[in-house]
Unconditional design. Structure first.
Length: 312
């Protein structure tokens, strides 16, 4: 295996660790909101297959209903699947405008709608809007399948960290994800995997069950301009770096994107930080008081149905 420049790899690792460390300063509020409003999303945050029983113990049904109504409004008014919610236009006016140009943009709009309908966009944007309304920040990743179709993936809050450019738009992101040795070999190739992952791949009992952690870091390249340099993946406008994040921290793939592949949407700005402000933060005290009252009423109902008896 040809290893990348050691100094460059160390810089990627340091960047990822710094971004994830900054993100953890916000994750406490997200964990509280998940626990008390929608426990099922804790599985995504903890990168487990399903929430633990303790995660389902206390949550507000009223808050869940309110969250679903707000999310439904996002879907209905922003990305309704049964009607056109965007269109492409040339921007030309007067004599510069021609019917031929308008037809091209109209046809391009129809193609985009057809491709979104063929993909999993509407399923994944629903999950993204849930995160936007629950934790204040939602993230959607766009890639392509081998057959050319668009493939979208919702990235749960707490599994990624972001940074902004000078204009306030998110242009840097690192996400954590887990793959089995079988999945990692399919994605990166067996020879590029760390020794610990290859060892588990060679073990039939671990190949499809054990999960290893990886990072995907995307950031803008400083020395890239539009032009023929975009043909080379390592000269594209956005760098795409995959890192193994287990016992052995190393770069296993470096590529690039012509465009930033993540959509990051925020409900409101959380001060000067890059993350969003969740509407649930405004009613944390009310949710806590309501849940406490419900527990007290449960105890009173139990005592009324089964009175305490002192027996000598």
């Amino acid at each position: 295996m040809v290893r990348p420049n050691t100094r460059l790899a160390a810089r990627y690792i340091d960047t990822a660790e710094a971004l994830l460390g900054d993100m953890r300063g916000y994750s406490g509020d997200w964990d509280w909101l998940r626990k008390h409003i929608m426990p099922r999303t804790q599985a995504g945050a903890d990168r487990e297959e399903r929430p633990s029983p303790t995660a389902k113990r206390l949550h507000s049904t009223v808050a869940i209903k309110s969250l679903r109504i707000l999310t439904g409004a996002h879907i209905m008014y922003i990305t309704p699947s049964n009607q056109r919610w965007f269109s492409l236009q040339s921007g030309l006016r007067g004599k510069e405008k021609s019917s031929r140009v308008d037809e091209w943009f109209a046809e391009s709009t129809e193609i985009m709608f057809a491709e979104l309908g063929r993909s999993n966009f509407y399923t994944e944007i629903h999950e993204t809007f849930l995160d936007r309304c629950l934790t204040g920040t939602g993230c959607l990743f766009c890639d392509t399948l081998p057959d050319g179709r668009l493939n979208f993936r919702h990235i749960p809050s707490g599994t990624y960290a972001i940074a902004e450019g000078e204009n306030g738009q998110v242009n840097t992101l690192v996400r954590q994800f887990k793959l089995t040795p079988h999945q990692a070999a399919e994605k990166f190739g067996y020879k590029k995997l760390p020794e610990s992952v290859r060892k588990d791949f060679d073990d039939p009992r671990k190949r499809f069950t054990v999960r290893h952690e990886f990072l995907h870091l995307v950031f803008p390249r400083q020395n890239c301009d539009f032009g023929h340099d975009l043909v080379n993946a390592k000269r594209m406008k956005w760098a795409s770096v995959y890192l193994a994040w287990g016992v052995e921290k190393q770069v296993i793939r470096e590529e690039g994107y012509n465009e930033f592949p993540f959509l990051v949407t925020r409900f409101l700005r959380y001060g000067d930080g890059p993350y969003g402000y969740a509407p649930g933060l405004d009613v944390m005290e009310e949710i806590t008081a309501t849940l406490k009252l419900e527990r007290v009423m449960d105890v009173l109902a139990e005592v009324a149905a089964f009175p305490r008896i002192i027996q000598l």
